[in-house]
Design a protein around this ligand. Structure first.
Ligand code: GLN
Ligand code: ZN
Length: 779
């Protein structure tokens, strides 16, 4: 029996990589310094694994920005627009690499970055390869080989980790018409072979090919390409021990394909899909070993040793222990580095901490599992097993986690709780009477600029350098200023600005029961950006109102409507580490009920328009299409539970960004929000087509300008976009708003943009009235 890892976190124990990269980008650190930081991080990862006794240790799992971009550079898939940089003497390979990741504005050049998108269903973002018809590839960067040599020199039994050829192609995007990216497999294969030859020459024995697409829906062509490519690789390298890894889903209908590939070891994710074990054990040929992903690489909970041991035992009995590998379910990139750096008991209580394991602890778990499974049970190991049992037992019965009232409430919610009193057609009229909004009402998405001062106040307040009273006063002034400015500018539906919030999930998590936070639980989101997701460990409820104070205060300042602002249950769930001892759908329902209480309290406090943001609803979609409807059913229901406690006259908004809506438009309509605001400006209203084709019944605010850019849009271009929108959506259904919250923008650009936006709405309205008159006249 052997142990291995698919990959390690690479930001360093203290986010060293983030700091080093940012200093380097700012010109404040040398290339040498950056490289030293990077090398120290992988050295440290190797050392931890070596000391834990892991048998096969990954190399090339480290990356300065993104492992897909690394591969793009390795195979020379460098888009044309960077060729100028590539040929410049003074630029290192890493400079070219960062230019591709982040764009390049220098020396009169202005080159856009490559696109970035989510890595499967994680919150990690990769850089999307760009492909052209007949694209040629060449071995451009020898990073993979360098990393292997470095690991070997450090005395590591290193296993190079490479993104499998098919997965690499499937992750990319065709940048011109008339070809299929899989057609490029032929051209790409020789470069893979070249890399493998170099690795062989330097003494590599094992190669790990990550092929997560093998666990997803595949068409015939992809399946054929899999067979062909791995057949070719095997022909060239009869002696390599090839590991093919799959994760985030089960092999399911691809099982016979996966087990027939000429590999030596197949890795499966038993955390996501435990039920596949039996089928896999039956299907794999005697030439294939099995790597069992038993330790959760996507979550922060301690492994259940007994459960894992059952799986390991079953596999050993069927295959013989020599054909069994023990591993985390996927790369540990998606969990924080080290639980031992959580030292403040006021932040993370010891009781909750004892249920958790970060990357370093998970490495330890893998090593212990091997000892336990191979009967090598010294006193210390047995003690660890007993401790593991005890922690799990304690979690099962902890009063921190379990609240009978919350469970009972969730278990008796019915269809009726997820229904407004009347359908939208009736609500619309009642709301129109109550709210008296003009045609093309203007609003914003919630946050206003979080200036340095605002951030400073919060930091000082948290450190105890500012009293609660003083902090409150400062935020009130900022809120009032924002309300006055919106009034003066003529915006129809105001917001309070969200100055009291740091992060849209953290803010609610901190006030809800059942959530814990960490000091150092950072996970890479993209490049140097890291996030620190809250941990949902127990039954969720709302001990007290969360936003009523700020919304009511803002509403008291003005006779215009102020929109209440909440984060929706699905987004809170999606952006947290979620408890694994009950279905996600149930946790989501508990959050929904807590938000529902907040919504009704806002209504009681006189707030007549309430927005429940759900930017993450689409990214929660399961990886297999056949599972979509089950997810969408409970996700949409959770939203509706949160939104349906109010009177017909109260208007519910929702907001979503970065979404392809086409394939889930029916479900978005099923959410039954009175108004939805969406991101649209970057696609020039193209996204709106989905709503138009579908005849979306409720009101829509397609974003008329891109808040991700400091650029101030002109009134004319926004009028133009509103005209485009009216071509497909009736004017009576349209709202006018930016495409997301404004918190990352500066005040001066925000002011200019919103003034222009209000003018654009007025002009669109005048033009509309004129057109209607003309029409009536003709009639
Ligand atoms: N109300 C939030 C804001 O304006 C919405 C943020 C989001 O969509 N991600 O900041
Ligand atoms: Zn948004």
């Amino acid at each position: 029996m052997q142990t291995h890892l698919l990959g390690c976190p690479r930001i360093g124990s203290n986010r060293e990589l983030k700091k080093a990269c940012e200093l380097y980008w700012a010109g404040k650190a040398s290339l040498q310094q950056l490289l030293e930081t990077g090398e120290a991080i992988s050295q440290n990862n190797w050392k931890i694994q070596q000391e834990a006794g892991i048998d096969l240790i990954p190399c090339n799992d480290f990356s300065y920005y993104d492992q897909v971009l690394d591969m793009t550079l390795s195979v020379g898939a460098i888009p044309e627009r960077y060729k100028g940089i590539a040929s410049e003497e003074s630029y290192s390979e890493l400079d070219l690499y960062f230019a591709m990741a982040r764009g390049y504005q220098n020396n009169g050049l202005d080159i856009t970055a490559m696109e970035m998108t989510k890595w499967f269903d994680t919150n990690y973002h990769y850089i999307v390869p760009e492909f052209r018809k007949n694209q040629q590839f060449t071995l451009f960067s020898d990073k993979i080989i360098r990393e292997f040599i470095r690991a070997r020199q450090s005395g590591i039994n290193a296993k190079p980790v490479i993104i499998g050829l098919i997965t690499y192609l499937l992750l990319g995007k065709e940048k011109e018409e008339g070809f299929d990216k899989l057609d490029l497999a032929q051209n790409l294969l020789p470069v893979y072979i070249e890399i493998l030859k170099e690795l062989e020459r330097h003494g590599a024995e094992y190669i790990q090919f990550d092929e997560p697409f093998l666990a997803l829906d595949l068409n015939e062509k992809a399946k054929e390409t899999y067979k062909y490519i791995y057949g070719e690789i095997r022909k060239h390298f009869p002696d390599f021990k090839l590991i093919i890894t799959t994760y985030f889903e089960g092999l399911k209908d691809n099982l016979s394909l996966a087990s027939s590939l000429p590999a030596d070891i197949l890795h499966i994710d038993l955390v996501r899909c435990p039920e596949q074990l039996d089928n896999v054990l039956q299907a794999i040929p005697s030439t294939l070993s099995l790597s069992l992903g038993v330790v959760d690489g996507r979550n922060i909970w301690k492994n259940n040793f007994e459960k894992s041991l059952q799986w390991i035992k079953k596999a050993s009995e069927e295959l013989g222990p020599e054909r069994v590998f023990i591993a985390p379910s996927c790369s540990l990139l998606h969990v924080p580095f080290d639980l031992d750096s959580e030292t403040h008991e006021e932040v993370l209580s010891p009781e909750i901490k004892q249920w958790m394991a970060f990357a370093k602890q998970k490495i330890g778990e893998i090593a212990v599992l091997k000892k336990l499974a191979s009967g090598n049970q010294d006193y210390h190991t047995l003690q660890l097993l007993a401790e593991n049992r005890k922690a799990l037992e304690n979690r099962k019965i902890s009063t921190l986690i379990h609240h009978q009232k919350v469970k009972d409430r969730a278990s008796v919610t019915t269809e009726a709780d997820a229904q407004r009193n009347n359908p939208f057609s009736i609500r619309k009229e009642i709301q129109q009477k109550a709210l008296q909004l003009p045609l093309f009402p203007t609003t914003t998405i919630g946050s206003f600029p979080q200036t340095k001062e605002v951030r400073n106040w919060r930091a000082k307040f948290k450190k105890g350098e500012l009293t609660a009273g003083h902090y409150d006063e400062l935020l009130k002034k900022e809120t009032e200023k924002t309300i006055r400015w919106q009034e003066k500018t003529g915006i129809d539906v105001l917001v309070h600005g969200e100055f009291e919030r740091n992060d849209m999930v953290e803010y609610f998590g901190e006030q809800l029961s059942g959530f814990a936070f960490t000091q150092n639980g950072w996970v890479q989101s993209y490049g140097s950006r890291c996030v620190k997701p809250p941990v949902i460990y127990g039954d969720v409820h709302r001990p007290h109102p969360m936003t009523v104070y700020w919304s009511a205060y803002a509403q008291s300042l003005t006779s215009k409507w102020v929109k209440g602002m909440l984060t929706g249950p699905v987004t809170i769930l999606q952006w947290s580490f979620v408890r694994d001892d009950q279905p996600r759908s149930l946790t989501c329902k508990q959050i929904a009920l807590a938000i529902r209480d907040e919504v009704t309290d806002l209504e009681k406090a006189g707030i007549r328009i309430i927005q429940i943001d759900e930017p993450a609803i689409r990214e929660g979609l399961p990886l297999r299409k056949s599972d979509w409807q089950i997810y969408l059913k409970w996700a949409v229901e959770a939203f509706r539970i949160s939104a349906s406690g109010v009177e017909d006259a109260t208007q519910i908004h929702t907001h979503m960004c970065y979404s392809e809506f086409n394939d889930i438009i029916q479900n978005i309509a099923d959410m039954d929000a009175d108004v939805i605001t969406i991101e649209c400006s970057r696609s020039q209203m193209e996204l709106l087509n989905a709503f138009a084709d579908f005849k979306y019944p409720n009101e829509i605010g397609p974003g008329v300008y891109d808040i991700h850019s400091p650029r101030v849009p002109s009134k004319e271009e926004m009028v133009e976009l509103l005209n485009k929108a009216q071509a497909v959506i009736p004017a009576q259904q349209l709202w006018v708003n930016p495409d997301c919250g404004l918190k990352t923008r500066h005040w001066d650009e925000t002011e200019k943009a919103l003034i222009a936006m209000v003018e654009a709405a007025r002009e669109a309205s005048r033009e509309y009235v004129k057109r209607e008159k003309l029409k009536n006249h003709r009639l």
